[in-house]
Design a binder for this molecule. Structure first.
Ligand SMILES: [Zn+2]
Length: 205
């Protein structure tokens, strides 16, 4: 594949694409930027990058060639000739300095710890409400205060979904019978503890 520098006059500036032909490179860029191929403003051959096909070109090479790359930590532009700190590379990521990378790692570790705590709380809440189910995924949903838990009951095929604390669960129509059977058994044992609240499957399409 050949390297092309395609400019769509979008926010990110011109980008490198590896494609067999100029037309393909323009089509890839247009598709990525969500514009029509006729709106691509320029497409230049860059044979010096062919050796990195199918891409990506290592960020250290791009910096040396005068490109800038966004710092993965703070988002500022990293240039090769900026006279501040030396950039740090890891895979396709670049940080403006070792200190910035370290701060980024601390943030990432704390995000992971927060998520692990959320996962634990959500799993415990699920098992308290639905004894015996097997939780396989906890996710956070955009703009929703409570996590969403995916779990299996005996016999289901696609899993059951529940927003922690919600009064209904979601399941595919095909799993409705498995859910109702679980809830019937569960309700029978909960009745012994004076809990009569039943959750009936809410089928999603
Ligand atoms: Zn930075």
């Amino acid at each position: 594949m050949k390297a092309f520098l395609v400019d769509c006059e979008q926010e990110n500036g011109a980008q490198l694409y590896f494609a067999p032909t100029r037309g393909k490179a323009k089509a890839m860029a247009a598709n990525e930027e969500g514009i029509n191929i006729t709106e691509v403003s320029s497409c230049q051959r860059k044979p010096e990058y062919d050796e990195y096909s199918p891409g990506p070109v290592p960020p250290s090479v791009l910096l040396k060639d005068g490109w800038w790359i966004e710092c993965s930590g703070c988002g500022k532009q990293v240039w090769d000739d900026c006279d501040e700190d030396d950039p740090v590379f890891s895979g396709q990521s670049v940080w403006c300095s070792a200190a910035c990378k370290e701060r980024d790692e601390v943030r990432e570790a704390s995000r992971k710890a927060d998520f692990a705590a959320l996962e634990k709380r959500a799993t415990e809440a699920t098992l308290a409400r639905f004894p015996g189910v097997s939780v396989y995924l906890v996710t956070e949903r955009y703009h929703r205060p409570e996590p969403y838990v995916h779990f299996h009951v005996p016999g289901d095929t696609q899993g059951i979904g529940w927003e922690v604390g919600s009064g209904f669960v979601e399941c595919a129509p095909i799993d409705r019978a498995a859910w109702d059977a679980y809830e019937d058994r569960s309700l029978a044992s909960r009745r012994g503890r004076g809990d009569n609240g039943s959750i009936r499957g809410f089928s999603r399409l």
